[in-house]
Ligand binder design. Sequence first.
Ligand SMILES: Cc1cc2nc3c(=O)[nH]c(=O)nc-3n(C[C@H](O)[C@H](O)[C@H](O)COP(=O)(O)OP(=O)(O)OC[C@H]3O[C@@H](n4cnc5c(N)ncnc54)[C@H](O)[C@@H]3O)c2cc1C
Length: 402
Amino acid sequence: MQHYDALIIGGGAAGLMCALTAGRRGMRVLVVEHANRVGKKILMSGGGRCNFTNTGATPANYLSANPHYCKSALARYTPWHFIEMVERHGIAYHEKELGQLFCDESSKLIVKMLLDECAAVGVRVETSCSIERVQHADTDATANDRFRLHTTHGVFAAPSLVVACGGLSIPSMGASGYGFELARQFGHDVLPTRAGLVPLTLSGKHLERLSELSGVALPVTARCNGREFSNFLLITHRGVSGPSILQISSYWQPGDDLRLDLLPGRDALETLQALQRERPAAELRTLLGDVLSKRFAQRLCEVWLANLQPSRPIRQFNLPQLRDVAAILQDWPLVASGTEGYRTAEVTLGGVDTDGLSSSTMMSRHVPGLYFIGEVVDVTGWLGGYNFQWAWASGHAAGNAL
Ligand SMILES: Cc1cc2nc3c(=O)[nH]c(=O)nc-3n(C[C@H](O)[C@H](O)[C@H](O)COP(=O)(O)OP(=O)(O)OC[C@H]3O[C@@H](n4cnc5c(N)ncnc54)[C@H](O)[C@@H]3O)c2cc1C
C-alpha cells in the first residue's frame, strides 16, 4: 500500500487545481484518473481554445439549490488569480465578448500549465487507473489511512479523499456518475441531475415548421422562468441551439413557457411604426425580411402571421394589427419537447447537495477528510467561462483546506 497526504479522484479542471494547490503546501498528492489522459474537457472546451474564465464572474452567474454556497470559494479565488497563472506561463489570451477569456492558440496550453504546476510540486498523476473500491475506516484505522483506494494500479491510502469526478455530460470524454455514487456511499444527498447548457429539441409540427431553416442564426432574447439571455439563436435539424438557447436551457424544463424576443433591445411596435412611416408601400413580409433573417421572416409570415396577411403593404395595417405583429415579434413562443441530453450538454445541473458540505473548505459535514469539488457538486455556471471558474475556485478552496 502506498501512502499519500491526499488522494484526488478525477484529473479534470477541479482535481488538477486542487492537486497543485495542495502540492504547493508541501503535501504528497496523488491524482487518479480513469481516462488515458487528464483534462479532456479542458482540451475540447471553447472550441479548442478553452474559455478558461469570465472576468465578470459573480455568485449570481451560478445555479444551485443554495445560491450562497459558491460565494466563499469564488471570493477567495477570483478570475484574476487564474489569469495571473496564465500570464506567468506566457499563455496568450483574448476577451471574446462579455468577459469571456479564451486562449489565443490552444486549450492544450491550459492543460500543460496545470500539469507543469503539478509536476513542479511533486504531484503524482496516474492515468488509465480505474478505481475498484473506496474503503473508509472511521473507527479503528489510524488517520493516515482513513481512505483506501483499491485501483487497477494498486492500493493507495491517505487521510483525505477529494472527489473531483465531474458530472454526466459527454460520457465519451470520461464522464461517469461515479462521484454521485461515492457521495451516496458516504451518506450524502444527491439532488436530481439533468443536462444543462444544452441544445433544445423540437418535435411534431414545431420541428417541421423550423427544421428546413437549419443553419439560420439570429439575435434573440430568450426568456423562461423569470430569466433572460440575449445572444444568438441557431436553428438546427433537431431543434434550436446557440448561446441564448444554451443559457436558457439551464432554467427550462419540459412544459415550461419559453419565449423569444426576435428584436432584442428594440421596441417592436415602435420599429414597425417607423417602417410604416418610412416605407409605407413595402409589404410587411419584405420589411420583416430586412430586420430579421430573410428565411426566418418568410417562415414567420407563413405560419405565425398568416392570418394578418403579411403580403399586404404595411400602410394597410391599423394600430391593433401592428400591435398583433409586434406581440409575435417580441414574445414568440417556442415549444421545445426536450433537450439533446448529456451527449451534447456542457454541464450537469444538480449533484451533491451542498447542505452536506462546508462552503469554505468543500469538506463533507458527515465524513471528516472527504471533499467534493467542481461539477459533481450542485453548483452550475452559465455559459462563458463560469464553470471553469467554479472548478478552479472550489479546487483551490479544498487544496488549501486539506
Ligand atoms: C464540450 C464542452 C465545452 C465546454 N466548454 C467550457 C468552456 O469553454 N468554459 C467553461 O467554463 N466550461 C466549459 N465546459 C464545462 C467544463 O468543462 C466543466 O464544468 C469542468 O470541466 C468541470 O470540471 P471538473 O473538474 O469538475 O470535471 P471534469 O473536467 O469533467 O473532470 C472530471 C474528471 O474525472 C474523471 N473521472 C470521472 N469518473 C472517474 C472515475 N470513476 N475514476 C477516475 N476518474 C474519473 C474524468 O475522466 C475527468 O477527467 C465545457 C464542457 C463541455 C462538455
